[in-house]
Design a protein around this ligand. Structure first.
Ligand code: NAD
Length: 432
């Protein structure tokens, strides 16, 4: 599905629509619809068999008016510069809507990390840093994990950067392992953040969480804790989760009568988000095709795997009872799907609001690194809940005030904040 969709064209299309509604100066719009800086580089890696292979790396810095660029590094076989551009752009809006003092960045390497040994992964991580270290840092660009990258990898990357600059610099990467500069609560942050916004949407729409059912795409970092949070915090049921099976090279949907048990599935999923199919079947799970997740009977849809999944082709397959679409992934719903949601009065929690919990906790991690003083998990999650609730409320308020769709309202809040920061820094007067 995602192969046909250019995520950057989608990000620009969304931005253009709102820029028009905001009557944004065309010059200012031109600044914001493209990244400010882009890096494309080659990373030579000596493989364990002795051969030398060269991998393609990227980093895009979209806008740093509000603070250092911030955003993950993705290791994926289908990574492209346009995907990285789109994700960097969305990071600018995400940090602005969450009201954290950071800008938008994203990076990646074209590689399937599951094909690498531990040693090769470490070499790849250190190689990425050797290519980029002069252009990243706690005061200009702070990367983090994303699809295909892990806390351990952030630890290696932080170590390589610290060696190159000659001093321990934990705040250069976030999402680091606990005990290696990481923050408690970071693992759960994005998924729980999704659920804090779903909880607020349910309050807003007067929906009872205990009578709610979610259909979730993905069973990686975001979807694992969104599933757990939906059951444990809202008292609801999760009809299904899905995953890409890296052994069979295809996606599957896992469901169970009475709802799946996220904590059980957590015990049989690997670090790449592939559920052990045989163990799931032994435990009574029904395994269907990867597309089945969207058809499941539910009132909340949480696409939390990857971009371009809810499209003009798939949106009509959704249960007629869906009232909330909570975008755990970045860019999971196309503009055509948005039109369907608008027509059918489906409440959308847009990606850069819904999944802002990860970057918010990354920001908390950086703050703790700077202070060299670490908070308890309860403190992290409490602060996260406050930030997510306040971000949700500012978007709902704008949506009601301007009578606009939630995604447009989120863009309006974010664009206003970024434009204000550019203006206050004198970037728009011609003297900067
Ligand atoms: P992950 O790699 O941990 O998990 C991705 C999951 O999606 C895996 O279970 C994988 O098997 C599954 N998947 C991949 N392709 C699929 C397909 N075609 N059908 C069904 N399942 C499929 O990644 P993640 O960190 O959970 O990120 C998921 C999404 O959320 C991405 O869009 C990412 O950019 C976004 N996001 C992540 C974070 C974070 O903190 N991890 C923060 C914000 C946004």
């Amino acid at each position: 599905m995602s192969g046909q969709i250019n995520a950057f064209e989608m990000a620009q299309k969304q931005f253009d629509g709102v820029a028009k509604q905001l009557k944004l100066d065309p010059g200012v719009a031109e600044v914001l619809r493209w990244p400010m800086r882009e890096f494309s580089f080659r990373i030579p890696v000596r493989l364990d068999d002795g051969s030398l292979r060269v991998f393609q790396g990227f980093r895009v810095q979209h806008n740093d008016a509000r603070g250092p660029n911030k955003g993950g590094i993705r290791f994926a076989a289908n990574e492209t510069m346009d995907t990285v551009r789109a994700l960097a752009t969305w990071m600018t809006w995400k940090c602005a809507v969450a009201d954290i003092p950071l800008g938008g960045g994203k990076g990646g390497i074209i590689v399937d990390p599951s094909t690498l040994t531990v040693n090769e992964k470490e070499e790849m991580c250190r190689g990425w840093v050797r290519a980029m270290w002069k252009n990243i840092g706690p005061r200009n660009d702070v990367p983090a994990p994303d699809i295909g990258t892990t806390p351990q990898m952030m630890g290696w990357m932080m170590d390589e950067y610290s060696r190159l600059v000659g001093q321990y610099t934990p705040g250069v990467f976030t999402g680091k392992p606990l005990g290696g500069g990481g923050s408690l609560g970071r693992t759960e942050a994005t998924g729980y953040g999704v659920i804090y916004t779903v909880r607020e949407a349910m309050k807003h729409l007067k929906i009872d969480g205990k009578n709610s059912v979610a259909a979730i795409q993905g069973f990686g970092n975001v979807s694992q804790y969104a599933a757990a949070g939906f059951v444990e915090m809202l008292g609801g049921q999760v009809a299904c989760v899905s995953c890409w099976d890296r052994h069979d090279k295809k996606a599957y949907t896992y469901s169970k009568k009475g709802g799946i048990d996220p904590r059980f599935l957590l015990t049989i999923v690997d670090e790449y988000g592939t559920i052990d199919k045989a163990k799931a079947q032994d435990a009574g799970y029904i395994v269907e095709d990867g597309d089945a997740w969207i058809t499941k009977e539910a009132n909340v849809l949480i696409p939390a795997a990857m971009e371009g999944q809810v499209t003009s082709d798939t949106v009509g397959k959704m249960s007629k009872n869906i009232k909330i679409v909570a975008e755990g992934a970045n860019g999971p719903c196309t503009p055509e799907a948005d039109e369907f949601f608008k027509k059918n009065n489906i409440f959308n929690i847009p990606d850069f609001l819904c999944n802002a919990g990860g970057v918010t906790t990354s920001y908390f991690e950086q703050v703790q690194n700077d202070m060299n003083f670490y908070w308890s998990k309860e403190e992290v999650l409490e602060r996260l809940d406050q930030k997510m609730t306040s971000a949700f409320n500012s978007v709902v308020d704008r949506s009601e005030k301007e009578k606009v769709y939630m995604r447009d309202a989120a863009y309006m809040v974010a664009i206003d904040r970024v434009v204000k920061a550019m203006d206050l820094r004198g970037w728009l007067t011609g003297n900067a």
